[in-house]
Structure formats: structure tokens, C-alpha cells
Ligand binder design. Structure first.
Ligand code: NSS
Length: 429
């Protein structure tokens, strides 16, 4: 008999044989009977080990095996309303593959302790469900790009360009030359549209931001797309279609994960194009009316973003930020004061999930803005070449995978959207 997954065993009928392997999730004993809940990647099931039903040696092993020991079990399936999933296994064979020592994680532990033991804590059911949802989400995103004729490309993560500002780059010595861990693949994607036209990529991005918030990682997974012949409005359309597709598909395909995490699929089914668009200047007005002390030129913080989506069920776009507040590569609008950009804010105060823009084609304008940031212009010469050799209007966007997951999975903190979070004060384990 082959090993089966717990999710399939749960579907079996009274009296059928079952053979599973996994880890001890919970255990209690009353002398001659031991109740052992086993988990595998698909779920949990209760097993009952009775002294009279197996060999003495096997029973002793079952007694000795602590939580997180890995085991192989054979038995018969029985209905029991009290058991998780409504079924349990009456054990006929019990084998321990690896005895666990006393597991350090017990019920009530501090956040720091759990982060120190992240390599073990990722076995928890919550993190398991989050990671499953993340994997499915990435699969859905890939499907959308495939169906919409985008090429997936693989840009480099080692770079000499700080596209999102020199203040937040991790720099290192690259054989005697200063190099950075990439903040964005955007500039490389822009180079690739001249042959492939529609491209996307998924890479780690790095931000040396000292922000210790619920929404900042120093390393995150960045989904970016770039399209030739596209303006800012068309770029927003693309984004709302992608996000709606992701929400609809997750609502349909990830019911178990959503239920475990407390997200009602209905919240996601509502997400359909079009999303509301508001201009930065009107957002400032709206915030002032709500009593916030904020003026033209200021950045939005978490409370502002939350106030802007109050009462919204879908994400919204805030567009046309002041030139000074955004990156050098964004196209300056006809008014000369704002840029052709859009930030997508998730509902429920989950904050910005996408930053996108139409790209500037005027080299002098970019140089002027780069100089203000103290950038080394020489490093951008290759990028200016893209404007020199057959430039076309083009736009693109970047989406923080963990930010999107936070909203969809209703997570309180972004650290739980990634297995090994990199935070200002944490790079271990
Ligand atoms: O800085 S962004 O707003 N925009 C860019 O990097 C563009 N160059 C992308 C592009 O047009 N190709 O970052 C994009 C998104 C942002 O909306 C967040 O969702 C996410 O990247 N992001 C982060 N996620 C987690 N942690 C941190 N620190 C973080 N910073 C940005």
C-alpha cells in the first residue's frame, strides 16, 4: 500500500485502510490509549493508538514520541464527529522515522522568540496556510501574464543603479567597484521592451529603509511589468485587470486557505474594474477635510492611506503626485508640476500595493532630477541610450507580493507574508 495524503484519507469511508506519514501535531494519552494528531502538508487527522491493537514495541515508541516527531502510520478509517475533519485512524502499525526533542515552541510565545525560531515556527498551521496561498497566488499571477502575452524575463539583481533613490540602497564592494542590491528591475525591463514589447518579472527587491512598520521588509518579492506604447491611464487599466483577476481566481481556487485565515471570499469577488482614480491634489484636500495636517508635497503615511480608502471595497488609484515627491524616471505631466503616475492603495487600510507610471523620455529632465538626488549621472548613461535609439512611450508598474498577500490573507504584519522576513533588526535565521 502506498502512502496517502491526509486530505485524501479524510474522504475515505468507514473501515477502509489508510497509510500516512507526517509529524505529530498534538498528543494526549490516557494510559492504554494515546490520541495523536498527525499533520502533513495537506491537513491534520487524529489517530488512536491502543495498547491492545499493536505490538508492545510499537506502543512504547508511540509513548516516547514527542510533538514534531516524524512518523509513519497504518490503520483503518473511522468516523468520529469530535475529531478534526470528522474522521480518525485506528492505528495498526506505528513507526517513528525521527524522534523529536522537546519542541521549543509552546502555546504562548513572544514575537521575538517566534522570529528567533522562525525555521521551526514556519511549521505552524497559520504560516503553512499563508505560504500555500502565496504559492497559489504566484501561480495565478503567472497564468494572467501568460494569457495576456507577456514575456517573463530574468533581469539582474546586482546593479549599479539606484532607481528608487540613493538613500535606501544596500551597497557592497563588487570587486573594487561599488554596486547595489536592486531596488527595482524597472530600468532593465525598460531596456527589454525594445525587443519584447510586453515584459514582466518576479525578483527580490531590496530597500535599506529604517522604517519599522507593519508594511516594510528590507527584502521583498517584486512583481514588475513594463509595456511599450502604453500611457499612464492604459497602465492603470492593466493593473486593475491583473488585481481583479487575482482576486477572482483566489476567491474560487483558494477557499480552504481563505477560510482558515478569516478572509471572506466575497470581499475578493467584489474586486472588479474599474477602480476609483483620485488625483493627489484632491487626496490632500480630502485628507484636510478629514482633519489631517498635510500639505502639497508631503508623502502619505499609513494613517493617510487608511483614511483615503475609508468606505472603499476595492483598491483605489491616487494619481499625479508632485514631481519632487517621485522618482526621476516618471513622465512630467503637461501641467509641469505633477507626474504621470499612480499608486494603488488596497482597501481596509492595507496601504500601497502598486506603484506605477508612464516613463519620462526627456533626458535633460531626468538628469536634472537625478542631480537633485546626488546620483552619479555616469551610471545612467546606458539608460539614456534607451531614449536615444528609437524611444517610444511606455509605462510599467511594480507590485509588492507580500503587500498584496497581507491584504488578501488579512495579515496584521508583513513579516508573516514571507517565510524568513528580513527586517531592520533581523536577518537571522
Ligand atoms: O518603489 S515602488 O513604489 N516603485 C518601484 O519600485 C517602481 N520602480 C516599480 C516599477 O514601476 N517597475 O515599489 C513598488 C511596490 C510598492 O507599491 C510596494 O507594494 C512594494 O513595491 N514595496 C515594498 N514591499 C515591502 N517592503 C518594502 N520595503 C517595499 N517597498 C516597496
Amino acid at each position: 500500500m502506498k502512502f496517502e495524503k491526509i486530505k485524501d484519507v479524510i474522504k475515505k469511508e468507514e473501515g477502509q485502510k489508510a497509510k500516512i506519514r507526517g509529524w505529530i501535531y498534538r498528543k494526549r494519552s490516557s494510559g492504554k490509549i494515546i490520541f495523536i494528531v498527525i499533520r502533513d502538508s495537506t491537513g491534520i487527522i487524529q489517530t488512536i493508538v491502543e495498547k491492545e491493537k499493536i505490538s508492545n514495541e510499537e506502543f512504547k515508541k508511540a509513548e516516547k514520541a514527542l510533538i514534531e516527531s516524524s512518523v509513519e502510520i497504518e490503520g483503518t478509517v473511522h468516523e468520529d464527529k469530535r475529531a478534526p475533519g470528522g474522521k480518525e485512524i485506528h492505528v495498526t502499525k506505528f513507526n517513528v522515522v525521527g524522534f523529536a526533542q522537546d519542541f521549543p515552541i509552546t502555546e504562548y510565545q513572544s514575537v521575538e522568540f517566534l522570529l528567533d525560531n522562525r525555521h521551526l515556527w514556519i511549521r505552524s498551521r497559520k504560516l503553512t496556510e499563508v505560504m500555500k496561498l502565496k504559492a497559489k497566488m504566484l501561480r495565478i499571477i503567472r497564468r494572467w501574464f501568460d494569457e495576456n502575452d507577456f514575456y517573463e524575463v530574468t533581469p539582474s539583481v546586482i546593479t549599479t543603479n539606484a532607481a528608487e533613490g540613493g538613500a535606501t540602497v544596500f551597497s557592497f564592494d563588487y570587486f573594487g567597484q561599488e554596486a547595489f542590491l536592486s531596488q527595482t528591475a524597472q530600468m532593465y525591463l525598460e531596456a527589454l521592451i525594445f525587443s519584447l514589447e510586453n515584459v514582466w518579472c518576479l525578483t527580490p527587491s531590496f530597500r535599506a529603509e529604517k522604517s519599522r512598520t507593519r508594511r516594510h521588509l528590507t527584502e521583498y518579492w517584486h512583481l514588475e511589468a513594463e509595456e511599450a506604447w502604453l500611457n499612464n491611464e492604459e497602465n492603470m487599466k492593466l493593473q486593475e485587470e491583473l488585481i481583479s483577476y487575482v482576486c477572482q481566481s483566489i476567491a474560487k481556487e483558494c477557499k480552504d486557505e481563505l477560510e482558515f485565515l478569516g478572509r471572506d471570499p466575497k470581499d475578493l469577488k467584489i474586486v472588479e474594474p474599474p477602480f476609483k482614480r483620485i488625483k493627489y491634489k484632491d487626496a490632500i484636500k480630502m485628507l484636510n477635510e478629514k482633519g489631517f495636517d498635510i500639505k502639497w508635497g508631503d508623502d502619505f503615511g499609513a494613517p493617510h492611506e487608511k483614511a483615503l480608502v475609508e468606505g472603499e471595497e476595492k483598491p483605489i488609484f491616487v494619481t499625479h503626485f508632485p514631481v519632487e515627491s517621485k522618482a526621476f524616471y516618471m513622465k512630467i505631466s503637461p501641467d509641469g508640476k505633477t507626474v504621470e503616475c499612480a499608486d494603488m492603495l488596497a482597501p481596509e487600510g492595507y496601504g500601497e500595493i502598486i506603484g506605477g507610471s508612464e516613463r519620462e523620455e526627456n533626458i535633460d529632465s531626468m538628469i536634472e532630477r537625478l542631480k537633485k538626488d546626488g546620483a552619479n549621472i555616469k551610471n545612467y548613461e546606458w539608460y539614456f541610450d534607451l531614449r536615444r535609439y528609437g524611444s517610444v512611450p511606455h509605462s510599467g508598474f511594480g507590485l509588492g507580493i507580500e503587500r498584496l498577500l497581507c491584504w488578501i490573507a488579512k495579515l496584521e504584519h508583513i513579516r508573516d507574508a514571507t517565510p524568513f522576513p528580513r527586517l531592520v533588526r533581523r536577518a537571522y535565521p
